[in-house]
Design a protein around this ligand. Structure first.
Ligand code: ADP
Length: 444
């Protein structure tokens, strides 16, 4: 079999009539994977809940302690990993324990979950057996490919282990038997391969990984398909579930898919507004907001700045107007492919552009740490038109660790936006001062 998937197809965010973007969790998640080329820093401690509270809790500080096969250890070091990440310190010994233990793990994107379960899958495989032994499901084709790349990279010195992609477009004949030991795919195709087509014998699966559980349950049908797959697996199969967030719905799903789990959670760093100077600028309309922005442009581009707009249309317009004025800006917008977005974020991170114009939705959940100036060209609001405090905090707030000082400027052009500003002030119990854009001494 040749299972080389084609080029990544376009992932688009949807828009409604106003050009307002809908959230696309899978695209956001993919983007996060693409831009997290190293571990996200965290000083928070992991929380571990053991299925058997009396058993000793193992954690490792080095990869050697895991007694991995040499070929795998070599793969790990070749990826540039020196020591396990926070979550890996606890998750790896649990996943590699004998007898196998089930695990539910939650931590934000970029903390080392994928690397952890890839290592677990690669360690469990018996390469002399030519059948599927590890099964991993992901919400989209693109996310599956991204994880597949990690498997290939980490297994670079272990070529006996083969990987197959169970994704739409990989057509196999009914009854054809898969020889690859690791299968990664989307729930629909994996289910077909396990049941209708009988390409995989689910009874021979010994490790089952459900990645991006929060994104999974956001897609119609994926939850049922995942549960149906899980029911076909043997009782002693190791079940592992990963998620970046953990709302109640994710938790309920996780408990259905993973019996008797150990649980590992790593909190996000708390964000605060304490080190941020917050201002607002009073304008009468969009054009005046633009003029005000031009007035402060010199002051904000001393550092790197992000400018947030509510719609793609406004973001596109603003980027074009700024360009006309001779400014070099980058535009990040929802109609771009995830690859294009990743490239733009990467360039911005490298400082190739100092200003990034984007929409609220497009950039939600994306961490660009070095930004110290944030302009809310439009204030963040929820679908009812109320202040979206959480987004405001995430955009502007700093974690204690990166506790550099920052500057936030909110552009107000209506009663409604003033109202949102007041809600934000009240929510955070912090006054936002008026900025006179003709007299900028204040923000220096
Ligand atoms: P998650 O699945 O939680 O989003 P990843 O496993 O994709 O996190 O890891 C995020 C980034 O950090 C990747 O670029 C990965 O190669 C890298 N990484 C993972 N584990 C380690 C480690 N122990 N040491 C150094 N880098 C790591």
């Amino acid at each position: 079999f040749v299972f080389l998937p084609g080029t990544t197809k376009q992932v688009e965010n949807g828009t409604n009539v106003d050009g307002e973007e809908k959230e696309d969790k899978a695209a956001q998640s993919l983007l996060n994977k693409m831009i997290h080329t190293s571990l996200v820093n965290t000083t928070n401690q992991v929380e571990v809940l053991q299925r058997d509270p009396n058993s000793p809790l193992y954690s490792v500080k080095t990869f050697e302690e895991l007694r991995l096969k040499d070929k795998l250890l070599k793969g790990v070091y070749d990826m540039g990993f020196n020591r396990p990440s926070k979550i890996q310190e606890n998750a790896l010994p649990m996943m590699l324990a004998e007898p196998p233990q089930n695990l539910i793990a939650q931590s934000q994107s970029g903390t080392g979950k994928t690397a952890a379960f890839v290592l677990a899958m690669l360690s469990h495989v018996d390469p002399t057996n030519k059948w599927a032994q590890c099964l991993c499901i992901a919400p989209t084709y693109e996310l599956a490919l991204q994880t597949g790349k990690v498997i290939e990279q980490m297994g670079k010195f272990y070529p006996e282990v083969k990987l197959a992609y169970a994704i739409r477009g990989n057509k196999l004949d009914r009854g054809a038997k898969l020889q690859e030991q690791i299968v990664i795919g989307t729930p629909g195709t994996v289910l077909d391969w396990c049941s209708k087509l009988k390409i995989i014998n689910p009874k021979k699966i010994s490790v089952f990984v459900l990645d991006e559980a929060d994104v999974m349950i956001a897609t119609q049908g994926h939850q049922d398909q995942s549960i149906r797959i899980q029911r076909m697996l043997p009782k002693e199969c190791q079940m592992l579930l990963f998620s970046a967030t953990f709302e109640d719905s994710v938790w309920k799903f996780a408990e259905r898919v993973v019996p008797d789990p150990n649980i590992i959670k790593l909190k996000r760093e708390e964000e605060t507004l304490d080190t941020i100077k917050q201002y607002y600028v009073l304008c009468s309309d969009k054009e005046e907001k633009f003029t005000a922005l031009c007035n402060i442009y010199g002051a904000i581009t001393i550092a790197q700045a992000m400018i947030f707009c509510h719609t793609r249309r406004t973001a596109g317009w603003l980027a074009a107007e700024l360009t006309k004025e001779g400014h070099v800006v980058a535009l990040l917008s929802g109609e771009m492919t995830v690859e294009q977005r990743a490239t733009i974020i990467e360039r911005f991170r490298e400082g190739k552009e100092k200003v990034l114009v984007t929409t609220n939705v497009c950039s939600r959940g994306i961490d660009v740490e070095q930004v110290s100036v944030v302009i809310n060209f439009d204030l963040p609001m929820d679908k009812d038109g109320n202040a979206d405090n959480e987004t405001y905090l995430h955009r502007i707030g700093r974690t204690g660790r990166f506790g550099k000082r920052g500057l936030a400027v909110n552009m107000i052009d209506s009663k409604h936006s003033m109202n949102i500003l007041n809600q934000i002030e009240e929510h955070f119990n912090k006054k936002i001062n008026k900025l006179d854009t003709d007299d900028l001494d204040e923000i220096e």
